[in-house]
Design a protein around this ligand. Structure first.
Ligand SMILES: NC(=O)c1ccc[n+]([C@@H]2O[C@H](COP(=O)([O-])OP(=O)(O)OC[C@H]3O[C@@H](n4cnc5c(N)ncnc54)[C@H](O)[C@@H]3O)[C@@H](O)[C@H]2O)c1
Length: 463
């Protein structure tokens, strides 16, 4: 689908949601029933699903994990490179509608001395043929957002585990759908949140497990990244990401900040997001960028955006903890995920990373995190530092892929599961609803259906 057709399709779906369809936009993909955009308040529960399982899924161990990748652009390509460095994998198939890119990534596999993968990508739904025909254990999608759920669903109903780039879904209904399919087909559906594995975030997790921060009460996090150039690029994310800013106003990318915070707060494993409120600033950044960078007659100058440049969402958990979550991608600013985690005995503050622990740090003063790193570095980073050197985003992408494959090979529950994918991704539609309703609070669906109170905490992981 071309850039503009995709945005028209998105716009049309949004208009359908608002009940004003039929304004001459192009056809909506069959994969996206209009009901998917219905009111999230109506979708708080899925009583038809029955109870969630008593134990987190541990599937049969897999000796050699046979993988099919869907979408091998920037991020998908990086995952393929990581997988080629892992033991016990075979890249069996690639599916990308950009055949030149598909061939390029296939050539890396052959250069690595492996068999040429089967190639898919005749059209946007060719991943279905791949899932139906290929003998795969895992389907890994790094497509634009609108394809994550269709690919995962197709993988699971064809007996494969699914892994998806972030966010896993962006409607409440689709979040439930992932849970439904994972339970029905007894397959993993993992949202690949690489920031859970970044070194500072993992050190905070370790500090918190060791009790050094005391009881965690509050966190601040987000995705603060000037994406203007990327959104207006003529390649990669420029072909699809900006379109979401034309029709959606909320936190469109919550999981990089929220993932690590959810881990230290034991979300789905002892606590649960209960409700949220959200508000957005005016929308100026993309318009201003287009005006400054394109000539008078350029069509991108005429695009209209609704995404507030800074979205702020506050989440309260069942145990009363609070989370400030920000989305800020359209204004000039240095990169940050904030990553502040505060407990009864100490606080970690990211960007720049520093710590204050009562009794350990000098009174009322920060310590640079590097002063504590030798002692409190997460064991997984100690184990994998050398192997991850040179991999994407400072090595964390390799560690996340390593952990996924290890869990599959050993038949263990994955570090991140479908309930995490749903709980974090659903923040997007709920924030959109709250922004559109004068920041009214909205309940976060309990995808675990009460099991969050009994599922075990995530352990301190080793390689
Ligand atoms: N975790 C991270 O740090 C991180 C970083 C960047 C992107 N991402 C996520 O990764 C995903 C992909 O982003 P990207 O930057 O790689 O984008 P990209 O545009 O570079 O790559 C997307 C690829 O998907 C292909 N594609 C599109 N529709 C397809 C379809 N129906 N079937 C098969 N292939 C299809 C495109 O041709 C392209 O090669 C997004 O979900 C994004 O949010 C995550």
């Amino acid at each position: 689908m071309s850039d503009i057709n995709r945005s028209k399709s998105l716009a049309r779906r949004q208009l359908l949601k608002l009940g004003v369809a039929g304004l001459g936009f192009g056809a909506t993909s069959e994969l996206y029933p209009d009901e998917a955009f219905s009111d999230p308040v109506q979708q708080q529960q899925r009583p038809d699903l029955g109870p969630a399982p008593a134990k987190l899924l541990a599937a049969d161990p897999i000796d050699i994990v046979r993988v099919g990748f869907v979408g091998v652009g920037g991020m998908g390509g990086a995952h393929v490179r990581n997988f080629l460095k892992l033991e016990g994998i075979e890249v069996v198939a690639l599916c990308d509608i950009d055949s030149a890119r598909n061939q390029e990534v296939a050539s890396w596999i052959v250069e690595d001395g492996r068999t040429h993968p089967s190639m898919y990508g005749r059209d946007e739904t060719d991943f279905i043929r791949m899932c139906e025909t290929e003998d795969l254990d895992l389907v890994f999608t790094a497509t634009p957002w609108e394809w994550h759920v269709p690919v995962c669903v197709s993988a699971m109903e064809n007996g494969k585990h699914a892994a998806t780039e972030v966010p896993a879904a962006y409607t409440t209904e689709d979040c439930w759908k992932l849970v439904e399919y994972a339970e029905k087909y007894q397959k993993h559906c993992v949202m690949m949140e690489n920031c859970n594995y970044d070194r500072p975030e993992m050190m905070v997790f370790h500090l918190s497990r060791l009790g050094l921060l005391g009881d965690i009460l509050h966190a601040e996090c987000g995705y603060l990244h000037d994406l203007r150039e990327i959104k207006f690029s003529e390649a990669g994310e420029g072909l699809w990401r900006r379109a979401h800013s034309m029709v959606r106003n909320g936190n469109l990318y919550p999981t990089h900040g929220l993932g690590p915070v959810a881990n230290v707060m034991d979300i789905n494993r002892g606590d649960q997001f209960e409700y949220l409120v959200s508000m957005s600033s005016p929308s100026r950044g993309l318009q201003d960028w287009a005006m400054s960078n394109f000539p008078d007659d350029h069509p991108k100058r005429r695009e209209q955006y609704v995404l507030g440049d800074v979205n702020t969402t506050m989440i309260r958990t069942v145990r009363g903890r609070t989370i400030y979550l920000s989305h800020d991608t359209n204004l000039p600013r240095p990169y940050s995920r904030i990553h502040m985690v505060q407990g009864t005995k100490g606080v970690f503050q990211g960007y720049p990373h520093r710590v204050h622990i009562e009794g350990l740090s000098p009174g009322h003063e920060w310590q640079d995190w590097m002063e504590l790193r030798d002692e409190y570095d997460h064991p997984l980073w100690k184990d994998l530092e050398e192997q991850s050197d040179g991999a994407g985003h400072g090595g964390m992408d390799f560690i996340e892929d390593y952990r996924l494959v290890k869990c599959l090979r050993e038949g263990r529950p994955t570090d991140m599961n479908v309930y995490d994918a749903a709980a974090m991704s659903v923040v997007t539609p709920l924030s959109e609803w709250s922004v559109a309703n004068r920041s009214r609070p909205i309940d976060v669906p309990d995808f675990t259906r009460g099991k969050w109170a009994q599922w075990p905490k995530l352990e301190i992981l080793r390689a």
